[in-house]
Design a protein around this ligand. Structure first.
Ligand SMILES: Nc1ncnc2c1ncn2[C@@H]1O[C@H](COP(=O)(O)OP(=O)(O)OP(=O)(O)O)[C@@H](O)[C@H]1O
Ligand SMILES: [Mg+2]
Length: 329
């Protein structure tokens, strides 16, 4: 049976003066309705460009989707016109961004911004749309929603703005919700509330959620399956339980070692200041990747084979995939 969203061989490249940056380099994945798929990886590995590709919002030039298919309910979004795509964006697929201020219109009230989507996609009149917008604000647990609907984004706190963004993203009951680092700009207690909200709302709306984060702690609490990306490619994929208990790729092992262990830090204020273990080295520039495995220059297990030949992405155990010559085990 086919999944709600099927991404096949997605390639998104940037044509820069230094060379071609393969920000997304042949990425495949599927998500089912009601499922949460997490995409993790360090800064610059292509998470946001994957998400923006699904929305067909890649800045062009310099970027371009050069290959692949993005099938939503069987329809390839890369084959439809921009006009048809406008009916999909914010309606069938919507996205919550890391910094709500960049995606909210500063000169339009919150209520009006949410109603615009409903007027456009649901053919509602102004009054009905505004009523629904207030209901949405209530649903994302914004106190005094009718009052808040009349306010402008700058009048709301960061956490409230992010709630408003979620209300806007969910207003048209999308089939797919992409949340790109939805909590990174918020402080820790608010982060937990927003994640809980996303999880609750997903259950209610039974949308497929793609959660992008660099925080594996967040993944453990919210997702069922996880994809680990490195330098524009998938390096590992599996259920959260499998991947956390039995990481196959040395990069994933490194990421897991960098999760803050609250249980270890609790009650030890002196230790909580300690730096987390980080993976030594940096991601190589994407326009100048090494010949073999892109992670080899940072990998303790790397040998000549790794430097020479890129490992195939293979199913190493049932439902657990990795691209590595020397998987953990
Ligand atoms: N406008 C652009 N021009 C050239 N290259 C770009 C442009 N935008 C993005 N890239 C390249 O695409 C790569 C992937 O970027 P992307 O924003 O997807 O990373 P990310 O995984 O979301 O990182 P972060 O965790 O920092 O958000 C980057 O390494 C960057 O070099
Ligand atoms: Mg990003």
């Amino acid at each position: 049976m086919s999944s709600l969203l099927e991404v096949e061989g997605l390639g998104t490249w940037f044509y820069t003066r230094q060379g071609i940056v393969k920000a997304v380099d042949g990425v495949d994945f599927q998500v089912d309705a009601g499922e949460t798929l997490a995409i993790v990886g360090e800064s610059g590995c292509g998470k946001s460009m994957t998400a923006l590709s699904l929305m067909r919002l890649i800045p062009s030039p310099p970027g371009r989707i050069v290959s692949g298919a993005i099938k939503l309910g069987g329809r390839d979004l890369l084959k439809i016109s921009e006009e048809e795509m406008r009916a999909v964006r914010g309606n069938e697929i919507s996205m919550i961004f890391q910094e709500p201020m960049t995606s909210l219109n500063p000169v339009m009230t919150i209520g009006k911004q949410i109603s615009e989507a409903l007027i456009l996609h649901r053919d509602m009149d102004r009054k009905a749309a505004l009523k629904r917008a207030v209901e949405m604000l209530d649903l994302v647990r914004i106190p005094e929603p009718a009052q808040r609907a009349k306010e402008y984004p700058h009048q709301l706190s960061g956490g409230m703005r992010q709630r408003a963004m979620i209300a806007m993203a969910l207003a048209c009951n999308p089939k797919v919700l992409i949340a790109d680092e939805p909590t990174t700009a918020l402080d820790v207690t608010i982060q937990a509330q927003i994640l809980e909200l996303i999880v609750d709302l997903q259950r209610e709306f039974s949308a497929a959620v793609i959660l992008i984060t660099h925080d594996l702690g967040v993944v453990a609490e919210t997702a069922r399956r996880v994809i680990v990306m490195y330098a524009g490619r998938k390096v590992e994929e599996g259920t959260v339980g499998e991947l956390f208990s039995n990481p196959l790729h040395p990069y994933t092992v490194g990421l897991l070692a960098s999760i803050p262990r609250l249980d270890l830090m609790r009650g030890q204020t002196d230790r909580s200041q300690e730096r987390l273990q980080e993976i030594p080295g940096i991601v190589p520039p994407l326009f100048d990747l090494p010949a073999g495995c892109a992670f080899a220059p940072r990998c303790q297990r790397a040998d000549d084979l790794c430097r020479r030949e890129r490992p195939a992405y293979e199913e190493k155990q049932s439902g657990h995939w990795a691209a590595c010559w020397h998987t953990n085990g």
